[in-house]
Design a binder for this molecule. Structure first.
Ligand SMILES: NC(=O)c1ccc[n+]([C@@H]2O[C@H](COP(=O)([O-])OP(=O)(O)OC[C@H]3O[C@@H](n4cnc5c(N)ncnc54)[C@H](OP(=O)(O)O)[C@@H]3O)[C@@H](O)[C@H]2O)c1
Length: 239
């Protein structure tokens, strides 16, 4: 049985990961800002679930929450850094963009940093970061989002290199997710190959179990990643 922290567990991918891991009997530490959703998960999954209402952008208290969950669970094997936001409406554009960067890049990096230090001390562990196919190409309609996911991907590559240089068995998995039906995508237009969240989470869990460096979810997105790497910027700009 693994001890797993999942950030952004109150909806979408994080919630489904929690449900599937919970069903398999793992011990979970769940983080999000919506308490009622966390409590609902706790009562659905059962007693091996610990919850924290925590905004991951508040670094000092987030660190305290991570540590408290670890103490409650009796350790930590896997840290899944999934919390993220897409487009924010109802905010002036720059405030919305800086908030997105704060959550998707800065808070992600903080969680990764925390987990790495913990696992280094412990001698083993597994960091999982939720990136996206959007990390591979910039898009003028989602400039900050695509850039933050590029940050997540590159940051994880760096941490995988760091992991090889310390005396600890630390795996680093980057999930490159394609479109998945969640609250984040419910009003999005122009999507294709959209996966049900149950299927996506199940593929993620299998890949995490194998301690893969990269995971395309669903698998067919690997093909588009290959295309993205081959198409030069001038051609993307015309598309
Ligand atoms: N859906 C897709 O097609 C897709 C594709 C590629 C990558 N992704 C990535 O997958 C991750 C999960 O997205 P999703 O599609 O499952 O979206 P979602 O249903 O909107 O879930 C986002 C989760 O992040 C949490 N969150 C947001 N800001 C937070 C904060 N400041 N502190 C703590 N938790 C916070 C939310 O919880 P609270 O609101 O309760 O705090 C929620 O649980 C994101 O990183 C996203 O970029 C999604």
């Amino acid at each position: 049985m693994k001890k797993i922290i999942i950030t952004g567990a109150t909806s979408g991918i994080g919630r489904e990961l929690a449900l599937q891991y919970g069903e398999a009997g793992h011990i979970l530490g769940l983080i999000g800002r919506r308490t009622e959703r966390l409590e609902e998960l706790q009562s659905t999954i059962g007693e091996k679930v610990y919850i924290k209402n925590q905004d991951v952008t508040e670094h000092e208290s987030a660190e305290k929450s991570y540590q408290e969950l670890i103490d409650e669970m009796g350790g930590l094997d896997v840290m899944i850094l999934n919390a993220g936001i897409g487009r924010i409406q109802m905010m002036p554009p720059w405030r919305a963009e800086s908030k997105l960067i704060e959550v998707n890049a800065l808070a992600f990096a903080h969680g990764c940093h925390f987990a790495f230090d913990y696992f280094k001390e412990q001698g083993y562990g597994h960091i999982v970061g939720m990136s996206s196919m959007a990390s591979l190409v910039a898009h003028h309609r989602a400039t900050a989002y695509t850039a933050t996911k590029h940050f997540v991907s590159n940051y994880l590559v760096g941490y995988r290199q760091k992991a090889r240089r310390v005396d600890a068995d630390i795996a680093v998995t980057e999930i490159r997710a394609g479109y998945i039906w969640t609250e984040m995508t419910e009003r999005a237009k122009g999507m294709f190959w959209v996966a049900p969240v149950e299927k996506a989470a199940s593929q993620m869990i299998k890949g995490i179990e194998k301690r893969k460096n990269y995971l395309y979810v669903t698998k067919r997105w690997r093909l588009l990643a290959w295309v993205a790497k081959c198409v030069p910027e001038w051609l993307w700009n015309r598309l």
